[in-house]
Design a protein around this ligand. Structure first.
Ligand code: ATP
Ligand code: MG
Length: 294
């Protein structure tokens, strides 16, 4: 990807007034398609996304969108940005259609015919046409998420930033949400944060693991997986059995399924394990000395 296209982030630092250093030199190169930002609680995902959305200033570093310096010219990005924050605010007793209409007007969609056509298209995309007349206060969590994405898509943004959009969604809602995002990613840049590894596994062409305000690993899922081929091992242990030091452990009714990392485990019960993205995630955190559940 040329440095003049997509989102280019270099050396981003952010420290809050309370002394927390949330970003410690983040470099990121995001092209068209879906990019997954994976990290534990407190990793700095929302801090990075709010900074990219120009809702807060970094202390150091640069952000370029399609070759334009975002920190010098924030309007350029704001006109091309759709942002779905992690926390959705309280919703008024206004209908989805009316709120979208007002929002689109504020975004400069002053031609009412065009505005209505865009809004009906967005409502169809997120499958809320039948509920669009209802007050948002009556929406379920999944419906609110879908409404949030419709809001973020007003004006066909070049860059869509979605912060943990699938948290709290049931599997069907999550799938529906993924399909909408995949559609958008076919035409623009989508940056998605999550701590759910499966969100990234099937959806993202590239991903980064962020922890402690730093990018630990970055690449395509295939490249990250093949880099660790042959170094992961799995064995099952019964209840009450002592477990060896592990990369991660999955509990099961029978006992524990233990994944270890290394050239060859001493214990002959370990069998080769084909790397999965969750292993890559745990490995990145372990190598950085970060606890997965920090
Ligand atoms: N407005 C703020 N003021 C002070 N500290 C903050 C602020 N926002 C976040 N932090 C701190 O910065 C660090 C990174 O937080 P951030 O919300 O960016 O992480 P996150 O990866 O989004 O976590 P989560 O998965 O829980 O949403 C944390 O230590 C957090 O407590
Ligand atoms: Mg967050």
């Amino acid at each position: 990807m040329s440095v003049d296209s997509g989102l280019q982030v270099r050396g981003l630092h952010k420290r809050y007034n309370n002394g927390v250093q949330a970003l410690r030199g983040v470099d990121l190169s995001v092209g068209p398609g879906m990019y997954g930002l994976l990290g534990p609680n407190g990793a700095g995902k929302s801090s990075l996304m709010r900074t990219l959305a120009t809702l807060q200033q970094p202390d150091a570093g640069s952000i370029y969108l399609d070759g334009v310096d975002v920190l010098a010219d924030s309007d350029h990005l704001r006109r091309r940005l759709g942002y779905l924050p992690q926390q959705l605010g309280a919703y008024p007793g206004v209908s989805a259609r009316d709120l979208l209409d007002r929002f689109a007007w504020l975004k400069g969609r002053t031609d009412s015919r065009q505005r209505r056509a865009e809004i009906e298209g967005l409502l169809a995309k997120v499958n809320l046409q039948d509920a669009a007349h209802r007050a948002l206060a009556t929406y379920s969590g999944g419906m609110l998420r879908r409404f949030g994405i419709a809001m973020a898509l007003v004006g066909s943004p070049r860059l869509l930033i979605v912060d943990e959009p699938t948290a709290g969604l049931d599997p069907a809602e999550r799938n529906r949400f993924h399909r909408v995002l995949a559609d958008v990613a076919a035409e623009s840049i989508v940056l998605l944060s999550t701590h759910i590894v499966e969100d990234v596994e099937n959806l993202c062409s590239r991903l980064a693991v962020l922890a402690g305000g730093q990018i630990l690993v970055e690449g395509s899922p295939q490249a990250l997986l093949s880099a660790e081929q042959g170094r992961l091992w799995v064995a099952s242990f019964g209840r009450g059995e002592a477990l060896p030091p592990a990369l991660h452990v999955a509990a099961s009714p029978e006992g524990s399924r233990v994944i270890v990392y290394g050239e060859r485990p001493a214990d002959p019960r370990f069998m080769p394990h084909a790397p999965r993205l969750e292993d890559i995630y745990y490995l990145a955190l372990a190598q950085a000395g970060e606890a997965a559940d920090a």
